[in-house]
Design a binder for this molecule. Structure first.
Ligand code: SF4
Length: 353
């Protein structure tokens, strides 16, 4: 058994002095607090805090409360999400806010069970909202919290389900004992500052007095993922221009990478070994073309190299079928207002070649 005070007292004292100054944390007594936390938690899924701050600030400047945001269109949200990746988070956030506006009078629910019925919200986001926005006990466990608690108690990592359940039980106990908001955010900050995946700064850590890993000088790194070799994929992006200066664009499918974003028509993205076949089928579809440049993009699980192809003579049958599937002609000065991903924005400088 442990005494919750041994953790929460030094943790919260340290947090009050050294907490990260993050824009969604600045005013917890504001009516918009739950909306701000909801937006930040959607953005923070699979994305680092530093990458989120700028997007979050622009998002809140444009849509300062949930009611205003509920009137946004999907294209506007995708345009704002450009550069953050995992675009389905943006479309799910919009769907969730529309439901909250219509069915919950614009107030973000404080019940995990209700929150989990909304698009894009699972165990973690619902518990983070309950604890951070409403200061209520929960089992909010992100990767930072899991690592800190696992090391503090020297829990075993070998059974991930059991490990997570143990950590969740401990977090529920700690957040029932002291301010949930400060406990959760304190552990997140401590995990990012001292108790990092591959390095620990135990001498400066406020929890070092009771930490079993520190006293045993044994830090279980077994769950720290080894850097995997990231595969490279290749493909083509086609600039197809009409005589009036407009370009053909299409919308990506609602599932998968860059879901629902606009793009210039692309081939499939494939690994090098298959690229020969790709060239042949592309030639059949597009007639005369020449390559003008190539762009690179880093996704979390692969790298992409796209060759930009200027199509000078195209197969009208193919274009007609593109239009049927959602393709349209757009002038270059309209492109910036549409929901293009940061990958496709890299193509913009090559328009007009
Ligand atoms: S004392 Fe070290 S291992 Fe323990 S929680 Fe702090 S940083 Fe992590």
């Amino acid at each position: 058994m442990y005494n919750s005070n041994d953790i929460t007292y030094p943790l919260i004292s340290w947090y009050k002095l050294y907490k990260r100054d993050l824009p969604w944390r600045r005013d917890f007594n504001h009516a918009n607090t739950p909306y701000n936390i909801l937006v930040s938690e959607f953005m923070l899924q699979q994305t680092t805090v530093n990458s989120v701050i700028d997007h979050y600030n622009r998002f809140i400047d444009r849509w300062p409360d949930l009611k205003i945001f509920s009137d946004a269109t999907e294209d506007e949200v995708l345009e704002m999400w450009s550069g953050l990746g995992y675009y389905s988070r943006g479309t799910n956030l919009l769907k969730t806010c529309k439901i909250i506006n219509e069915q919950y009078q614009g107030k973000v629910p404080n019940s995990m069970d209700i929150l989990k019925t909304l698009p894009g919200i699972g165990d973690y986001i619902s518990s983070a909202i309950v604890s951070i926005a409403y200061d209520m006990p929960s089992q909010a466990v992100d990767t930072n919290i899991q690592r800190v608690i696992t090391r503090y108690f020297s829990l075993k990592y070998d059974d991930p389900t059991k490990n997570k359940k143990n950590v969740q039980d401990i977090i529920f106990e700690l957040t029932s004992h002291d301010s949930p908001r400060e406990v959760i955010q304190g552990l997140m900050d401590l995990g990012s500052k001292f108790c990092k995946p591959r390095e620990v700064h135990c001498k400066e850590c406020p929890l070092n007095d009771g930490c079993v890993a520190f006293s045993n000088k044994f830090f279980d790194y077994s769950k720290v993922k080894k850097q995997k070799k990231i595969p490279i994929k290749y493909g083509y992006v086609f600039l197809i221009k009409k005589s009036n200066g407009s370009y053909m664009i299409t919308k990506r499918s609602s599932k998968g990478v860059l879901a629902n974003t606009y793009q210039f028509p692309t081939s499939e993205w494939q690994e090098e070994i298959q690229i020969q076949g790709l060239i042949k089928s592309s030639r059949k579809n597009y007639g005369a073309y020449h390559e003008i440049a190539s762009i690179n993009h880093q996704f979390s699980h692969f790298k992409l190299e796209l060759k930009i192809i200027n199509v000078t003579k195209y197969n009208s049958e193919f274009l007609d079928s593109s239009i049927t599937f959602g393709g349209k002609w757009v002038f270059p000065d309209e492109l910036n207002k549409m929901g293009f991903s940061s990958l496709m924005k890299k193509v913009f400088p090559y328009l007009g070649y």
